[in-house]
Design a protein around this ligand. Structure first.
Ligand SMILES: *[C@@H]1O[C@H](CO)[C@@H](O)[C@H](O)[C@H]1NC(C)=O
Ligand SMILES: *[C@@H]1O[C@H](CO)[C@@H](O)[C@H](O)[C@H]1NC(C)=O
Ligand SMILES: *[C@@H]1O[C@H](CO)[C@@H](O)[C@H](O)[C@H]1NC(C)=O
Ligand SMILES: *[C@@H]1O[C@H](CO)[C@@H](O)[C@H](O)[C@H]1NC(C)=O
Length: 572
């Protein structure tokens, strides 16, 4: 160890010796990454003064992606530094079943029982979270707001009072997640206009409370320079997550004339890709004949929520500044778990690999971080953990060889202790990967971003998802930012090359099979014992308009899944 440290010392002697900077980790949920790429068209729609200042005073990774565009899968992946296929936290019903030290998560146990949770924990291969990692490095860790990863973080009642979202939604097994591969094409969500209001004058009290708690805690900190151990403060908001609710205060920050009405691909649903049409139907955006005004109403409400988030984040930073903390003694990092479709491609929510949903903000500022730098190299949320370790002065990088991402500090010109294999090199032609296995997608989807390209492929485990219909998509994101022209059949060589990028990391067909196998197991263990009557009631409540044809599809899924995963069970 000493030998290794000596080798590393010359790289960043000052950082290793000097007092280590504090870290303020700010998060939002559902912030479209393009809104904080201030040269983008989308960013013109709303004023985000705090995040703009962060971009001016720090480095922005303007092409960052979620590794799985939904809360729990994205956050578990980011917080463990591993891909979804490695930690098998596939959906919002399954976060990390145990802490890094093996303590079972209380919510997991409550909903699924200790045996199931132990079994899951054994296959969730991770050894640290961001929080246990920086704590090991001597940081005082404080968590406020939305965490949503499980990992026993909320087992302690006192700690649970300040954080929200357990990582195991439901509560308990969720029928539309579990039966996604039955391909039941029915709305499972509220129609977007029905959850949009721009006259709600009591919006988001829980986020205001989170910020108040962060500020209270900051108030009792010693003045900058006098704190013995550095702190890691996590303040994480739920907004701009739907429902779309705002009021005149926040709407005043929106530049309505700059909001673009997105073009929807023609021929819905017949000539759409069956994966995309499933998602639009599932999200309940299928039948209404939307006017431009309707679409604008949703869009501007979402942007107004982004302005509210910006205001709240700034409050936290201002409190720290009042105590003398600044960018020479404190790192600031801002990310979001995924974006928001906000009516692009006839969709709201996230779940999709399209830019609005999969692209996320990722910006840092602090000691030595280049100011006003806009990094166009591809990054993703699995880079967050190694970057935080690097900020926290990690020297023992051998323990992190399994992390899926790399430290981005060198791209920001900031002092870095990460060895070359664990740090992104400027100019490196990186591929970035994302995947999705949850309720609003009827089969697994896999994305590779490399250069100008975005490649999306689908899992084919069950016959409903045959390679003839669930064909890949390829978009030139630079030339076609609206992602309306699928070039996959014209660019077969690019498709092949990007598919190989995926295969270097894992076998997508095998991963799709594993995720669907777990859906089937959850069905067998947690739904079948309820009996047909209760199951039917749940199905009808979840899938609006569920009928006999849908029931046949469900039976078909069960028959086929049991043949593949459990030949001993006879489904009649
Ligand atoms: C878990 O990760 C370690 C490396 O961290 C690897 O050696 C091991 O094979 C993995 N185990 C499983 C069950 O995937
Ligand atoms: C929760 O936050 C309050 C401040 O609002 C603080 O006094 C308390 O110690 C916190 N609890 C934990 C376990 O962090
Ligand atoms: C809008 O909501 C915020 C809280 O998010 C509140 O502070 C503000 O007073 C409200 N504006 C109006 C016009 O009621
Ligand atoms: C940052 O804060 C430290 C400690 O309070 C102070 O010494 C330093 O001058 C400040 N730097 C700037 C640029 O304000």
């Amino acid at each position: 160890m000493a030998h290794k440290m000596l080798l590393l010392m010359p790289l960043a002697p000052l950082l290793a010796l000097a007092k280590r900077p504090n870290i303020l980790f700010l998060m939002t949920d559902s912030m479209d990454g393009r809104l904080v790429d201030f040269s983008s068209v989308e960013a013109q729609a709303v004023e985000l003064p705090f995040l703009r200042r962060l971009a001016e005073e720090g480095t922005s990774f303007v092409r960052s992606y979620a590794n799985s565009p939904q809360c729990v899968p994205s956050r578990t992946s980011m917080c463990s530094g591993r891909r979804t296929d490695q930690i098998r936290a596939w959906s919002n019903q399954k976060g990390l079943a145990a802490s890094p030290s093996g303590e079972l998560d209380a919510s997991c146990v409550k909903y699924y029982g200790p045996e199931q949770c132990s079994a899951w924990a054994k296959t969730q291969n991770y050894s640290e979270t961001i929080f246990s990692g920086v704590a090991r490095l001597g940081y005082g860790v404080r968590l406020y707001g939305k965490v949503d990863i499980g990992a026993a973080l909320m087992n302690d009642e006192a700690a649970a009072a300040n954080i929200s979202a357990t990582g195991f939604h439901g509560p308990g097994p969720v029928i539309d997640i579990t039966t996604r591969a039955a391909d039941i094409r029915r709305p499972t969500k509220r129609e977007p206009l029905s959850m949009t209001s721009d006259t709600n004058n009591k919006v988001h009290p829980e986020d205001w409370k989170t910020v108040e708690r962060c500020r209270e805690w900051i108030k009792q900190l010693p003045p900058a320079g006098q704190n013995d151990a550095p702190f890691f403060l996590h303040c994480s908001l739920n907004i701009p997550h739907p429902a779309f609710q705002t009021n005149a205060t926040w709407l005043a920050k929106v530049n309505e004339d700059k909001i673009v009405v997105p073009q929807w691909p023609a021929g819905f649903p017949e000539s759409w890709h069956p994966y995309d049409s499933y998602m639009s139907v599932s999200k309940h955006v299928q039948e209404t004949s939307y006017t431009d005004q309707d679409i604008l109403k949703v869009r501007k409400t979402y942007y107004a929520m982004c302005a509210e988030a910006d205001y709240l984040l700034n409050q936290v930073w201002e409190s720290l500044k009042d105590k003398g903390y600044n960018l020479s003694n404190t790192y600031l990092m801002y990310v979001s778990d995924h974006g928001e479709m906000n009516m692009e491609h006839r969709q709201d929510w996230k779940n999709s690999m399209y830019e609005a949903s999969s692209r996320v903000p990722f910006a840092i500022a602090g000691p030595g971080v280049a100011k006003g730098r806009r990094v166009r190299q591809l990054t993703s949320l699995v880079d967050v953990f190694p970057t935080l370790l690097d900020m926290a002065g990690e020297v023992d990088w051998s323990r992190h060889s399994e992390l899926a991402g790399k430290s981005v500090l060198p791209l920001a010109n900031a002092p870095s202790l990460a060895p070359p294999s664990m740090a992104v090199t400027a100019g490196e032609d990186r591929a970035v990967v994302s995947q999705y296995h949850s309720n609003m997608g009827n089969t697994g989807s896999f994305m590779v971003r490399k250069g100008q390209w975005k490649y999306i492929s689908f899992g084919h485990t069950l016959s409903a998802f045959s390679p003839d219909t669930y064909t890949p998509q390829l978009f030139d994101v630079d030339e076609d930012p609206g992602e309306l022209r699928n070039l996959a059949s014209q660019q077969q060589q690019v498709v092949e090359e990007l598919h190989q990028e995926l295969k270097k990391l894992f076998d997508p067909e095998e991963v799709d099979r594993q995720a669907k196998h777990e859906d089937y197991q959850v069905w067998q263990r947690f739904f079948v014992p309820l009996g047909k009557k209760k199951i039917m009631r749940k199905l009808k409540r979840t899938y609006k308009g569920f009928d006999q044809e849908d029931y046949k599809k469900l039976r078909q899924w069960l028959r086929e899944a049991s043949q593949i995963f459990d030949p001993a069970v006879v489904v009649v």
